[in-house]
Design a binder for this molecule. Sequence first.
Ligand SMILES: Nc1ncnc2c1ncn2[C@@H]1O[C@H](COP(=O)(O)OP(=O)(O)OP(=O)(O)O)[C@@H](O)[C@H]1O
Ligand SMILES: [Mg+2]
Length: 267
Amino acid sequence: MTDPIRTESPRTESIRTEPARTEPILRVRNLYGRIAGQQVVEDVSFDVPGTGVTALLGRNGVGKTSTIRSILGLIERTGEVTFAGSRVDRLPTHRIVQRGVGYVPEDREVFAKLTVTENLRLAERDAHPNRALVEALFPDLVQRRAQLAGTLSGGQQQMVSLARALLNTNRLLLVDEPTKGLSPKIVGEVTEALLAAAATVPILLVEQNLQVIRRLADRVVVLSGGRVVFTGDAADLLDDPELIQRYLGVHSGADPADTTTDAAVPA
Ligand SMILES: Nc1ncnc2c1ncn2[C@@H]1O[C@H](COP(=O)(O)OP(=O)(O)OP(=O)(O)O)[C@@H](O)[C@H]1O
Ligand SMILES: [Mg+2]
């Protein structure tokens, strides 16, 4: 896939020397994660291909966020995590992030008392941050550059959070429930921004909105009780109402006019 923004990046050479695109960018094997002595991720194994969106799914509390935090070394973990061909499961979080992993956490976590511009400047890690990409994806933020982030709507804060990750040339983005609690219109805007972002970087996306998953996901990994219970092409799950009911506990929402399935999946 051509990518004008990345082509202009000074890091193009390092990207070209990476393994072939058929290699997964992230390989997780037998990952276990623990919080305060409690096992919250159990023997999780899956791959994230080097392009497109892989959705990490499952009902509330099954361990989606904990899986991402285990990959990043933010919680105690064991198992194998291979990123861009190298093991990272013994590295501290900052070393993993430096290798090119962007994280957009579940609760957005913008600096409320700083302006939009200040939030974005603090996130810039590269010598040549992708400001043009961010401004093209989030024109609303350009308008609001002097506004304190704490006074933005939830959707606008989500865009700041995504923009912070996209400013740097990452080799993988981990995005946790970016549409949670947003109105349908803003969900659509965030979805389109993610679709554009996915043309520049592979994404592991935690998401519960089936319409967003339909629009974005190529592959799906489904967790239940901290374990992987299904992996496959997104269509294999999304076109099977029985599987959706079994794994996610919601109806398929096949009718695009039906927004009732946009609600968070019940526990
Ligand atoms: N800080 C914590 N201390 C103790 N237990 C925790 C903590 N964070 C999460 N857990 C537990 O770990 C399990 C997995 O939680 P996790 O947040 O990873 O699930 P999730 O799939 O992301 O859920 P959600 O859909 O609500 O975001 C749950 O049983 C949860 O109660
Ligand atoms: Mg979560």
